[in-house]
Design a binder for this molecule. Structure first.
Ligand code: GLU
Length: 286
């Protein structure tokens, strides 16, 4: 009988700002899921989009994770060191897949942001590289349950017009390279999972299982995000922050007495119950 591969999870923030309660919650959920399975938990800094990045944000994320006792295994991976691997993967997909050049602007793209190969770029035109996907892949989310096939866009950008590799390509190349078996991340990325599974299949890579945790919104229903200027978490209040994250994650451990982040994380690991999130709507903070 085939043995299950050892659990390997990851937290993969983009360094577009410091950790806020929403990203801390994702980090905690993926950490607990990995530790509860006696698995490996990796940290990957997704720094492939310099125009969106904030200087120093990567380091500040590392420091915040450590202040909260969220220690990762192995050396952290910076996607900016992986550009050759993305180029190689793109070459492979071009050889065997449906990669095509696209010079569309926002105004000329069709419904759903699709190009449908209607533009005919001249050889000298600056183009994006896209891949045509079928949208025939569904999956069973560990929190949300079965997800019927559905793509937000069939013509997925793999390399942007400005020459930068797209998140969609980098994330699957690295999930495959790092042998990630379990992805736990925010529900805002749920719609991306369909295309990522299809791309993984095109790359002939193993498919991880996915669990999407509800996103954290402020009282007016706006998703906490670095772009929207969400307040950075205060590393000096690490224990209280962890408790709040556990409370938002509907974990019984949030109420238990603990004198340190380490103690609380150990309790939270032993009581980790992702199914408690199944019925959760958007989580509200503060
Ligand atoms: N880097 C992405 C973000 O910060 C997350 C990627 C992922 O978990 O797949 O939103």
């Amino acid at each position: 009988m085939a043995t299950q591969p050892e659990y390997r999870g990851r937290f993969a923030p983009s360094p577009t700002g410091p950790l806020h309660m929403g990203s801390l919650l994702t980090a905690v959920a993926s950490y607990l899921d990995a530790r509860a399975s006696s698995g490996t938990w990796l940290l990957r800094i997704e720094d492939i989009d310099p125009p969106r990045e904030v200087p120093g944000a990567g380091d500040s994320i590392l420091r915040s994770l450590e202040a909260h006792g969220l220690y990762w295994d192995e050396t952290e991976l910076y996607q900016s060191t992986r550009l050759e691997a993305y180029a190689e993967a793109l070459d492979g997909l071009t050889e065997c897949g449906e990669v095509f050049r696209c010079c569309c602007t926002r105004a000329t793209l069709g419904p759903g942001g699709n190009c449908l190969k209607r533009c005919s770029p001249a050889p000298e035109d600056v183009t994006a590289l896209r891949v045509s996907l079928l949208g025939n892949v569904g999956f069973d989310d560990k929190i949300l349950g079965p997800q019927a096939p559905g793509l937000s866009a069939n013509d997925l950008v793999l390399r942007r017009k400005d020459g930068l590799y797209a998140y969609a390509l980098a994330v699957v190349v690295d999930d495959a390279w790092q042998s990630i078996t379990d992805v736990v991340r925010g529900e805002d990325l749920l719609s991306q999972t369909f295309s990522q599974l299809e791309l993984l299949a095109q790359l002939k890579a193993a498919q991880p299982s996915y669990a999407h945790v509800p996103i954290v919104c402020d009282a007016s229903g706006v998703k906490l995000s670095k772009q929207a200027g969400a307040t950075a978490i205060d590393d000096k209040a690490a224990l209280a922050n962890l408790r709040k994250a556990l409370e938002l994650l509907y974990q019984d451990s949030a109420q238990l007495p603990a004198g340190s982040t380490q103690e609380l994380l150990e309790l939270a690991t032993s009581l980790w119950n992702p199914r408690a999130l199944k019925a959760a709507k958007a989580l509200v903070y503060p």
